[in-house]
Design a protein around this ligand. Structure first.
Ligand SMILES: [Zn+2]
Ligand SMILES: [Zn+2]
Length: 373
């Protein structure tokens, strides 16, 4: 008899179907009715035991989610809270830049502060991708998506990311998970992986331009990267590398137009630079807390680990505790980022009791494989 432990000592019995699990349902409070955010997931290959464990975790999260809304009625105003988070991200980011321009903050103060506000923008984007704000008003969602892209230019087109991210949920941990593969997940460690955490785009573009596709999957990856980069991404890349190049040239004694250097420095400090650092932190945490390469199709228990050792805090600050709360999201996508944060302490024991790994640092040596062999 297969049974999955709950933290209260009781067990859940079989049988269970994939539909019952509701892996990617959005809970009773907010039925998913928008086809563009639906996530079909094939869970047919999973063992009954794993299916039950996943159901226990998902129902514990759903229950806590409902309790939190009863305890804090303000959480029911999800659209308004989404707008508040959007405003915090945009006003914080631009305000921090303004403090640099007026001489109040040094460049590194603005860089770090703006990176933290841009991280809020990243979470808002992710919530919008799952239609957690303005579910029935797509025009508003898209306007907000472009708003958070404006403060995070060193990222791909957010509208294109919708498909890429839903694919991440459907094929998490498989080679088809283009979103994770693109930020180095599953690659062997070395100079290329390290540099690609800082800038996933230029190494990808170099590879696309200098090599031929290995197979159909690789060809799809190439097309996806090229299409998803249209927009602000090349602008940010140009500013970043021109800034680096002109500074190096100036140090080497070349004559560099001071006006151009000043303009590039300002754009880097207030716009692009914070996102280079924020991106590094997010890519480092995300590409090591997701497993890659040998995860069973649809097995949420194997897709992520809780990655929250104390020494990861300097990175977690700039991705809003992603390593600790993102596993909760894989089981239940219906909650915005701040609700996941509120339930973290209650849900971690349920994850642990049902086999989700915690701080599996061996992932570095295994190039993010779930299994040791
Ligand atoms: Zn997601
Ligand atoms: Zn994920």
């Amino acid at each position: 008899m297969t049974a999955a432990p709950r933290t209260d000592g009781t067990e859940v019995e079989l049988p269970v179907t994939a539909e019952e699990i509701g892996l990617f349902g959005t809970g009773a409070a907010a039925p998913l009715d928008a086809a563009d955010v639906d996530i079909p997931v094939d869970t047919r290959g999973l063992t009954p035991d794993d299916l039950v464990r996943a159901r226990v975790i998902t129902s514990a999260i759903r229950q806590r989610s409902q309790e939190l809304r009863r305890e804090h009625p303000v959480l029911r105003h999800q659209d308004a809270l989404g707008l508040v988070a959007f405003a915090v991200a945009v006003l914080g980011f631009t305000g921090s830049g303004a403090l640099y321009l007026t001489g109040v903050l040094p460049w590194y103060g603005t860089l770090l502060l703006s990176a933290a506000f841009a991280a809020v923008g990243h979470e808002v984007e992710h919530d919008l991708i799952h239609a957690l704000y303005f579910r029935r008003r797509r025009a508003v969602r898209y306007a907000l998506l472009f708003g958070v892209w404006a403060i995070r230019p060193y990222t791909i087109n957010p509208v294109y990311r919708i498909r890429l991210h839903l694919r991440h949920h459907a094929y998490s941990g498989l080679p088809d998970d283009i979103e994770e593969v693109s930020i180095t997940n599953g690659k062997p460690w070395g100079a290329v992986r390290l540099y690609s955490l800082l800038d996933p785009y230029v190494p990808a573009l170099v590879r696309i331009l200098t090599t031929r596709p290995k197979d159909a999957e690789d060809a799809l990856w190439r097309r996806t990267i090229l299409k998803a980069s249209l927009g602000l991404t090349p602008v940010a890349i140009t500013i970043w590398y021109a800034f680096l190049g002109l500074h190096v040239a100036g140090r080497l004694g070349a004559s560099v137009p001071p006006g151009l250097l000043h303009a590039l420095t300002v754009l880097t400090v207030v716009w692009v630079g914070p996102n280079v650092w924020r991106g590094f932190c997010l890519h480092f945490i995300s590409s090591n807390m997701h497993y890659q390469g040998d995860v069973e199709q649809g097995n949420v228990l194997q897709q992520t680990q809780v990655f929250n050792r104390w020494y990861l805090v300097p990175f977690q600050v700039f991705c809003l505790n992603f390593g600790s709360t993102h596993p909760i999201h894989h089981f239940y996508v219906a909650d915005p980022f701040y609700v996941r944060q509120l339930m973290e302490r209650d849900i971690h024991p349920v994850l642990a009791a049902n086999g989700v790994r915690f701080n599996d640092m061996g992932t570095f040596a295994r190039a993010n494989r779930y299994h040791a062999d």
